[in-house]
Design a protein around this ligand. Structure first.
Ligand code: FES
Length: 196
């Protein structure tokens, strides 16, 4: 029952978003961004719903969703790890990092761990090539990474999750303060292989 109400609320919110942009096809990306904020991800049924309301084909909407790495078509973990596999990062070993994360988290068929803690994906250049290889975890950027950093990063974020579990009242900002990512994950130095 509660689930059905939740779903109705989400679709009502979706309607409001689409109305705000007057079903303007040129605003599709904004609509999708806001829809993802409300629903968490953009499954096929949501894409179909948006397409119908904006008088577009499902393949047009799906084309945009699958083109931009910021959009997700399946539920996302609490920590979304996006490994940049653009050229500068790729030549600095980004693919190995990506595989190490997946191996470490036992991700074979899915991008998200069963406990919903981590989602691991590759992404295009995020414009921080000087720090290659680079990844983001939610809105935090980590650069100049080596394969040794994979386990360290996962430990850091698992610890962060445990801290919140133990003390649910703790605000996100306070958690960040308590459990800062160890120095050495990101630097401001220019990397000689910078470029796209
Ligand atoms: S190629 Fe990775 S940040 Fe540009």
């Amino acid at each position: 029952m509660r689930e059905r109400e939740d779903l109705e609320e989400k679709y009502a919110a979706l309607d409001r978003i689409i109305q705000r942009y007057h079903s303007d096809k040129g605003q599709l990306i904004r609509v999708l961004q806001e829809a993802q904020e409300v629903i968490g991800y953009l499954p096929e049924e949501v894409q179909t719903y948006i397409a119908g309301k904006m008088d577009m084909s499902v393949s047009e909407v799906n084309g945009v969703v699958t083109f931009y790495s910021l959009f997700a078509t399946e539920p996302q973990g609490r920590f979304s790890i996006n490994v940049c596999t653009g050229t500068a990062c790729y030549v600095q070993g980004a693919q190995n990092l990506l595989e190490d994360f997946k191996r470490n988290l036992n991700l074979t068929d899915h991008n998200t761990t069963a406990d919903g803690l981590f989602t691991v994906k590759s992404t295009r250049c995020i414009g921080a090539c000087g720090l290659a290889p680079v990844l983001t975890v939610n809105d935090e950027v980590h650069g100049k990474l080596t394969r040794k950093d994979v386990a360290k990063l996962l430990r850091t974020y698992k610890r962060q999750a445990d801290t919140v579990k133990e003390c649910p009242q703790l605000k996100k900002a306070e958690v960040k303060e308590i459990d800062r990512v160890p120095a050495g994950f990101g630097t401001n130095q220019e990397h000689p292989a910078a470029g796209h």
